[in-house]
Write a new protein. Structure first.
Length: 327
């Protein structure tokens, strides 16, 4: 039996493990034409054929660069050559306060989620690598984010499946070379106007030099460890929320008062999300937390979107702030 070249074999092992654990017979692979997603698609086609799994491809055209439609069609043609039925999804990216990267990501993920739903909830394979995970952890550290952000991207976060989180970016490029595939190099990936690009090309190489190597792997291990901790705390928080929240009566503050802060704030985040609160920062969350842990009759904290949280007779509720309240 012929052996696969080393990079190809490594990527295939990662994809094989992911597909064996995937709950649905069909999978969708997201492909931009870049080295990571192209290596992922090639491995998914090979493993899918061996496992009798249907692999579908989706190429998202954001329309943000000249010639993006042609490149998307070229990526579809490459996927077809790998034996993957693929199509292009053209999306509209609406700029907002989060910047073009975040807006493009939202549009892309919405298209991918729709594709998953049309195929019965098929897992969507994403080409994020160990290097992407390391960059995500560094971004979280630099922004002072909590454990949830530092836990990075999850390997399985339905419908998202990330088989390559343990694979280096250099390996995906080598796998493309071994397969005779020519990836597309997005110019945005070397544009220093983007924070992640500077992390990739300036900060991480400097850290690798100063700390004598192994930084990306160490950051990825940190994410794995924190992900386990975060999952355990989230499970506890959801148990508390199920017993302490009532759709009509609000959230029982007494049921939360003696909880560790890490669990209590997770309960509050889940409760606020269910109530439609979005975009609040850490200081605002702590103001809501103070209604439970440091209650002294203070006024209702304000949240984005004209909302506020009140405490009345020991129960918290989210409501629209009265007009003229300054919220």
């Amino acid at each position: 039996m012929a052996h696969s070249p080393p990079a190809t074999a490594e990527v295939r092992r990662a994809v094989r493990a992911a597909l064996d654990a995937a709950p649905a017979p069909d999978v969708v692979v997201a492909c931009s034409g870049g080295a990571d997603s192209l290596a992922l698609a090639a491995a998914a086609a090979h493993v899918g054929a061996a496992r009798g799994r249907a692999v579908h491809g989706l190429v998202v055209d954001h329309g943000l660069q000249s010639g993006s439609g042609a490149r998307a069609r070229e990526a579809c043609a490459v996927l077809a050559g790998l034996g993957i039925e693929a199509r292009v999804a053209t999306v509209t990216v609406t700029a907002d306060g989060d910047g073009p990267e975040a807006a493009a990501r939202r549009a892309r993920y919405a298209a991918l989620r729709e594709e998953s739903e049309t195929r019965g909830g098929a897992p969507v394979l994403l080409g994020h690598t160990l290097d992407d995970q390391a960059e995500t952890v560094l971004l979280g550290l630099g922004r002072g984010s909590g454990a949830r952000s530092l836990a990075g991207m999850r390997a399985w976060d339905p419908p998202w499946c990330r088989p390559l989180l343990g694979v280096r970016r250099v390996t995906t490029r080598a796998a493309c070379d071994e397969a005779g595939l020519t990836p597309w190099d997005d110019p945005h990936n070397v544009d220093p106007r983007y924070t992640r690009v500077r992390l990739r090309h300036e900060v991480l190489p400097l850290l690798e030099d100063v700390l004598a190597g192994g930084v990306a792997e160490a950051l990825a291990r940190t994410a794995d460890q924190l992900a386990d901790d975060d999952a355990a705390l989230d499970a506890t928080a959801h148990e508390v929320l199920a017993s302490a929240a009532d759709d009509d009566a609000g959230l029982d503050a007494a049921a939360l008062a003696d909880l560790p802060a890490a669990v209590r704030r997770r309960v509050l985040r889940a409760w606020l999300a269910a109530a439609g609160a979005r975009g609040y920062d850490d200081a605002q969350l702590r103001s809501v937390d103070a209604l439970v842990a440091r209650w002294r009759g203070q006024g209702p904290p304000s949240l984005p979107g004209g909302l506020e949280v009140t405490r009345v007779r020991g129960r918290l509720t989210v409501r629209r702030a009265p007009r003229g309240s300054g919220a």
